[in-house]
Ligand binder design. Structure first.
Ligand SMILES: *Cc1c(COP(=O)(O)O)cnc(C)c1O
Length: 476
């Protein structure tokens, strides 16, 4: 038999059915529990262990999706998904992603699909300007932007570029000697910094966790200065300092300008991790979060969190692309081509760990154009407004307290009294299926996080979540 590829007309018909499925799914979410209510192994037990010998129709796949998989999903596009940070998959993002899948271009080199590379350069420069990021990141100078799969990868490449610069290129040839280098982030830095240290060969021992201000949870710059001086005195070379703009735990914003001044004294690379918060700077009133970013060597923010772009899409810029390319460029014979050799083009394979890459710029471009800056600002403002609405409810109820001042779309709060009640409340709420919140620890004490910013959340969802919280309060 011949392979059963769909004809274009069959694809058209089945494609419409899939789009209908997605629209129905979104409409059904309000009535579904946010958090998957299954036990480990339940999904596995519902699926066959072997592949079918004969081709199956799409209907069979959709039927199993409905019956066996949807109950095992935690619904990230649910209007009352408030855990972690949002991972918005807007209609525009889905459609742009679909176009990218259909085109199926592999943009590892400019020559393997020129439009994929050039659109990525153009759209990242548009986004850079929209976020008020410095001209030093622009592609027409020494810098440039690239879409990475995740902020974790962006931070990893920042560490590699910083090591390349610090060692004059020796790191890529000889590796890194143990104990010779240090990198710095606050105690609240995302775990991807630690992972980058592990993957780069620096080792976990190279990471210095700098104390934070107990109230704001932002990095204590005096502690940073002391740690760097102590390393230098001990013969350890500071390589990179990370400033977190919007930490995962509480949304704390590190003082980037002051951190930059200390980093500069030691010639260390300054990386800004604004994975969640950075996109809020499309609104002029939130642009303060980027104070000091003009001193950064690299910067990352995730359109795949708050900015409506289907995962994965992480925007990463560098001031000096030569350091990044120096760390990561490769040129095996089978990739040689006249365009690369002319030096006139960007080959994105040299900007990240992997070779192959998707045409992610298309979904980002689809989102940014079809929302427009006004639409993007409206979306961010809705999320911030809903966080303010929720924070006001918390403040007005003496059984609850705000833990850290809310930042943008993140409210960190707890039940007054012992931590067990706070955790019991979260577990009861999440088990009820009404809403989904996650937790953290602040200064050693339990706290709940409510992160707004989903494209489907309304004020009524905030109120309903508050009522469910109050209704599930454990007895004293
Ligand atoms: C979410 C987050 C990350 C990790 O993002 P990925 O894209 O999933 O790697 C890193 N830093 C901060 C501050 C984050 O909020």
């Amino acid at each position: 038999m011949s392979a059963p590829h769909l004809t274009p007309d069959e694809f058209r018909e089945q494609g419409h059915r899939v789009v209908d499925w997605i629209a129905d799914y979104w409409e059904s979410l309000d009535g579904l529990p946010v958090l998957a209510q299954v036990q480990p192994g339940d999904v596995t037990a519902s699926l066959p262990t072997a592949l079918p010998e004969r081709p199956e129709p799409l209907e069979a796949v959709l039927a199993d999706l409905d019956e066996h998989l949807v109950p095992g999903l935690t619904h990230w596009q649910h209007p009352r998904f408030f855990a972690y940070f949002p991972a918005n998959s807007s209609p525009a993002g889905v459609l742009g992603d679909l176009l990218s899948s259909g085109i199926g271009a592999q943009g590892m080199l400019w020559a393997t699909s020129p439009a994929a590379t050039e659109l990525e350069q153009v759209v990242l420069d548009q986004l850079r300007q929209a976020l008020g990021l410095p001209d030093s990141f622009a592609r027409d100078g020494l810098g440039g932007g690239v879409i990475q799969d995740t902020a974790s990868t962006a931070t990893f490449t920042a560490v590699l570029a910083a090591l390349h610069r610090a060692t004059g290129g020796a790191a890529r040839r000889d590796g890194v000697p143990g104990g010779a280098f240090a990198i710095y982030g606050s105690t609240q830095a995302h775990s991807s910094l630690l992972k980058a240290a592990m993957m780069s060969g620096l080792g976990e021992g190279a990471v210095r966790s700098i104390a934070v201000d107990p109230e704001t949870q932002a990095m204590d710059v005096t502690a940073l200065r002391e740690a760097m001086a102590a390393d230098v005195a001990a013969g350890v070379r500071p390589v990179l300092v990370q400033s977190a703009v919007g930490t995962t735990s509480t949304g704390a914003v590190d003082p980037t300008a002051a951190i930059a001044a200390v980093a500069r004294e030691h010639g260390a690379w300054l990386h800004v991790d604004a994975a969640w918060a950075g996109v809020a700077a499309v609104c002029p009133e939130h642009r303060w979060i980027h104070d000091g970013v003009e001193h950064a060597d690299s910067y990352v923010t995730n359109p795949h969190k708050w900015l409506l772009t289907t995962f994965d899409c992480s925007a990463f810029w560098v001031r000096d692309r030569a350091a990044l390319l120096g760390a990561l460029s490769i040129l095996p014979e089978y990739l040689r081509n006249p365009a690369s050799e002319s030096g006139a083009v960007v080959d994105y394979r040299d900007w990240h760990p992997q070779l192959g890459r998707r045409f992610r710029a298309l979904k980002l471009w689809t989102v940014l154009r079809t929302y427009g800056l006004s639409g993007l600002r409206a979306h961010i403002r809705t999320g911030v407004g809903q966080a303010e609405r929720f924070a006001a409810l918390v403040r007005a109820d003496e059984r609850f307290e705000i833990v850290t001042e809310p930042v943008l779309g993140l409210v960190v709060f707890r039940v007054v009294g012992d931590d067990d009640r706070t955790m019991a409340l979260m577990e009861a709420l999440n088990a009820s299926g009404t809403a989904y919140l996650s937790h953290t620890k602040v200064e050693g004490r339990a706290a709940l996080r409510l992160a707004t910013g989903s494209w489907r959340t309304t004020d009524a969802d905030i109120d309903r979540t508050w009522e469910a919280l109050v209704g599930n309060l454990p007895a004293t």
